[in-house]
Design a protein around this ligand. Structure first.
Ligand code: ADP
Ligand code: MG
Ligand code: MG
Length: 200
């Protein structure tokens, strides 16, 4: 059985690696329908978390997740920072106060709803929510980790068919169609990295 310490450290390293490797790709996606900085923003956030990893992995899992969320809010910079931050802060707080942490899917669902409220966005608006909601659905179904990761990847690709209704990409209107949403892509990358780590 893995300790909280190993789990937090492993997840931080896996997410950091995924974002560093793909930062240029995320910037390229964001150049098409945004301002080209999504990879840089996410890398800045992941670097901040990574540099703080020794302190973070000494915290109990719920506090570690909440603290990572606050670090992302402060360090990411773009619109994505407060959204990813909200996700993790809400997950951490709920994990900390819920007696039964077994139902992680319910906790994730509530946290994703909080992200939607924060961004005033809905499913189908071509945002990271279009990965988060399908991932949550797979978790409710108790799908295997490999299938959760696949669903995340497919869901990110499906945002290409959507018209952006929120964030900078929405300024493009119909011209946003045909491009994958950068935030959905980073969300799929992170989901895949987390699932791969948990399988090992
Ligand atoms: P910025 O647009 O400020 O440069 P980023 O490039 O880091 O920020 O992040 C852009 C991503 O954030 C988008 O691809 C989208 O997935 C997500 N996003 C932006 N605005 C919203 C919103 N209101 N609700 C949900 N997600 C959003
Ligand atoms: Mg941007
Ligand atoms: Mg920006």
């Amino acid at each position: 059985m893995q300790t909280d310490r190993e789990l937090v450290l492993g997840l931080i390293e896996a997410c950091h690696e995924a974002i560093v490797i793909h930062a240029d790709d995320l910037c390229e996606l964001d150049r098409a329908i945004g301002d080209g900085d999504h990879g840089t923003n996410m890398r800045r956030g992941c670097e901040a978390v990574y540099l703080d990893r020794e302190r973070l992995c000494s915290l109990p899992l719920p506090q570690a997740i909440e603290t990572i969320g606050m670090t992302l809010v402060m360090s990411v910079g773009g619109a994505s920072g407060p959204l990813y931050g909200t996700l993790l802060i809400e997950i951490g707080r709920r994990l900390g106060t819920r007696e039964n942490e077994a139902d992680f899917a319910t906790i994730l669902g509530e946290a994703v709803d909080a992200v939607a409220r924060r961004g005033r966005a809905h499913a189908g608006d071509k945002t990271l929510l279009d990965v988060l909601y399908p991932v949550q659905t797979e978790m409710v179904r108790q799908s295997a980790l490999i299938n959760i990761a696949k669903r995340a990847e497919v869901s990110a690709q499906l945002t290409a068919d959507m018209k952006a209704m929120r964030g900078r990409a929405s300024f493009l209107g119909d011209r946003s169609i045909g491009h994958v949403d950068p935030g959905a892509s980073s969300c799929a990358l992170l989901t895949t990295a987390i699932c791969r780590y948990l399988r090992e």
